[in-house]
Write a protein that binds this ligand. Structure first.
Ligand code: ADP
Ligand code: MG
Length: 288
């Protein structure tokens, strides 16, 4: 079986051939399985956005290849066009990309480009809108009359309505308050559960990734520094810190508890996990 996404020796330069030339990503090799939820973490400038922009052909590699479902997306024009629909990319602050007169038209933009029938487009638009919680009465409004949070949901629905096999989010929770973050994380988890599609999330929040991801890819200085399960990656705290990444606060708290001789696990990465462990611990204490 082919991978959802495979990168083979992928390299991309900005300002190639000038003195400002930077290798934004260099010799990247990775495979993403179908149906996986993959988190990509790394400090600012490590190459995350450049990497994912190759996954749907928005950027062209200077060397190496990108395969979607086993096919080189730069094979020919039509393959490249199709890859834009197969791999949906939701940019950071996607609400800034809204431009149509109505919410409906914005969400319908992708499916229209796919040349689907009017009835199919309508069905997809309403399905995606309902999923993200955009109210039907907002459909004929201008997206610019909505709140920031609503705009972001419209933008996300605009990618979901293409019903891509792979959906990529670049920093989906950027700029949201804790409640908004939580709601968005739950939305993405639910989307993945309902559709079974492959989901890739770029985030600098180690905790958000721990809460969602089956697999984690760590980018550092234009290269893949680590790949593995949340446990495999997050247990390498010292290396992560040396790359400017911090393990979640809750992990630090549990490390301190362990140092005090309290019998708690070392692999606690989300507040929910931590709360559960403490509840059990306190329950036991009370029973004695
Ligand atoms: N449009 C661009 N022109 C020139 N350099 C860029 C451009 N976009 C990104 N870079 C550079 O490429 C490197 C990787 O950037 P990026 O992929 O945006 O990283 P990240 O998403 O991890 O913050 C950085 O050194 C950044 O300054
Ligand atoms: Mg980025």
């Amino acid at each position: 079986m082919s991978y959802a996404i495979e990168a083979v020796n992928l390299t991309h330069y900005y300002s190639k051939g000038t003195i400002q030339q930077v290798a934004a990503i260099e010799n990247i090799n990775l495979q993403i399985n179908k149906g996986e939820l993959v988190g990509i973490i790394g400090h600012t400038g490590s190459g995350k956005s450049t990497l994912i922009s190759h996954f749907n052909g928005l950027l062209k590699p200077d060397s190496g290849k990108i395969l979607v479902d086993g096919v080189d997306i730069h094979k020919d024009k039509e393959t490249l066009r199709q890859s834009r629909f197969k791999v949906g990319l939701c940019f950071q602050y996607p609400e800034y990309q809204l431009f149509e007169e109505t919410v409906y038209k914005d969400i319908a933009f992708g499916p229209k480009n796919m040349k689907l029938s009017e009835s199919e487009i309508k069905e997809r638009v309403f399905r995606a809108a309902a999923f993200v919680g955009v109210k039907p009465e907002h459909m004929e409004k201008s997206p610019f009359d909505l709140s920031g949070g609503e705009k972001r949901r419209v933008a996300i629905a605009g990618v979901m309505s293409m019903e891509p096999e792979v959906l990529i989010f670049d920093e989906p929770a950027a700029g949201l308050d804790p409640r908004g973050r939580k709601a968005l994380i739950n939305l993405i988890k639910e989307y993945r559960k309902q559709t079974g599609s492959t989901v890739i999330i770029v985030s600098h929040s180690m905790e958000d990734i721990a809460e969602m991801a089956d697999k984690v890819i760590v980018m550092n200085k234009s290269s893949v520094a680590m790949q593995g399960t949340v446990d495999e990656v997050y247990s390498r705290g010292d290396e992560l810190r040396s790359m400017g990444l911090n393990v979640p606060e809750i992990t630090e708290i549990f490390a301190k508890l362990r140092a005090k001789g309290i019998d708690v696990p070392a692999n606690v990465y989300t507040v929910e996990q931590g709360a559960e462990i403490l509840r059990n611990l306190m329950g036991k204490g009370a029973a004695k």
